[in-house]
Ligand binder design. Structure first.
Ligand code: SAM
Length: 351
């Protein structure tokens, strides 16, 4: 028997879900055309005022603004006919360095839709979809998605949570950032610790090129460099710190990667593993954050891992207990959760 009240409640959820899905393109347009930033800078504006400020066609803008007001992404004042970006919404859409700036997340949702054509056939075959073969702008979307968390946490919170690492970085340490992607994390660390040397490794050549450009643009080319290498074959040794930002679970052979990290560290070195926040059991992750990570995991992380040797496919919600098994199987004796945010857990592994 269908319970009418439950049905209505579920349809309410569907309307909200579809509203979010329908907003993906509109939020990206607002971000890309600078509409949110203009509203944040200039305060309440009519359609005509915003159109003139941002050089956007007024008819399109009226429709976009109406959608945004209906979404509670903007406020509308019928008395003045003006639209505004309230301070809380500005944190999410208008302020690039805010810890909750989310346009990058909408970009990632768009990449996941683009990935459907490749991932859906893989559901039948069990084959992987290689990282480099995934949707066009996935790599930029990933970099932008993680950036707010990194800007607000790596130097201020995550490195200080590791035992003795900041003192080494201040004196001058040797650091590897493995699976470095577009190099956002390296740039932040290299700028904060000019006495230390940073090397970024990633097996995706175009990401390494982007990372080199990114480091040059931010003036940290002097103490950072990048190389194409896998987590199991990067060449250098004697690192004080090896960092893996949101990539261990993407690897085909994370145990092999752990063993390689182990032999590339100094005896008193540290491995920092940043992974998505997750509980150990499925039932711990049946919440809005787990929902998003399981979606990303299905469309991006599991296909990436299955395309590599071993194909362990940990998934983005592996949980601390499973990650500990992998890390200790690679030869690390001490593992502790150094700190966490609502979105990430930061593990510290020592030989
Ligand atoms: C989700 S992205 C994270 C990128 C970056 N660390 C960040 O946080 O923005 C995962 C990265 O891991 C890299 N990757 C995946 N498997 C790898 C492997 N076996 N060896 C080296 N890099 C790998 C991918 O190329 C990609 O850049």
């Amino acid at each position: 028997m269908v319970d009418d009240a439950k049905l209505h409640q579920f349809i309410g959820q569907m309307l909200s879900d579809l509203g979010g899905a329908a907003s993906i393109a509109l939020v990206r347009i607002g971000d890309s055309l600078g509409l949110y930033k203009a509203m944040h800078e200039h305060g309440p504006m009519t359609v005509a005022e915003l159109a003139a400020t941002t050089q956007v066609h007024e008819r399109y803008l009226r429709e976009w603004l109406s959608h945004q007001a209906a979404s509670n992404y903007l406020a509308y004042d019928p008395a003045t006919g003006k639209f505004s970006l309230p301070p809380e919404q500005a944190m999410v859409f208008g302020i690039e360095d805010s810890p909750v700036f989310m346009p990058g997340a909408f970009g990632l949702m768009a990449s996941m839709l683009d990935n459907q054509a490749k991932v859906e056939p893989a559901f039948r075959t069990g084959a992987g979809v290689a990282w480099g073969d995934q949707a066009g702008c996935l790599f930029c979307a990933v970099a932008r998605f993680f950036r707010p968390g990194y800007v607000n946490n790596i130097v201020a919170n995550w490195l200080p949570a590791l035992d003795g690492v900041v003192a080494k970085l201040e004196r001058g340490a040797k650091v590897a950032d493995v699976g470095c992607g577009h190099g956002v994390s390296i740039v932040l660390m290299a700028r904060a610790f000019p006495n230390s040397e940073f090397v970024g490794y990633d097996f995706h050549p175009s990401s390494v090129e982007q990372a080199e450009r990114h480091a040059r643009d931010h003036g940290v080319g002097g103490n950072s460099r990048f190389e194409v290498a896998t987590a199991k074959n990067y060449p250098d040794k004697d690192f004080d710190l090896v960092a893996f930002f949101d990539c261990l679970h993407d690897m085909g052979d994370p145990i092999g990667a752990a063993a390689h990290v182990r032999q590339s560290l100094k005896p008193d070195g540290t491995w920092m593993i940043v992974e998505p926040a997750a509980g150990d059991r499925l039932e711990d992750n049946l919440n809005p954050i787990g929902r998003l990570f399981y979606a990303g995991s299905t469309m991006i992380c599991v296909p990436t891992s299955l395309a590599q040797e071993v194909g362990l496919a940990l998934g983005a919600q592996a949980g601390e207990a499973r990650l500990r098994e992998v890390i200790t199987a690679g030869g690390f004796r001490q593992v502790r959760r150094a700190t966490e945010t609502p979105f990430n857990m930061i593990l510290e592994a020592r030989p």
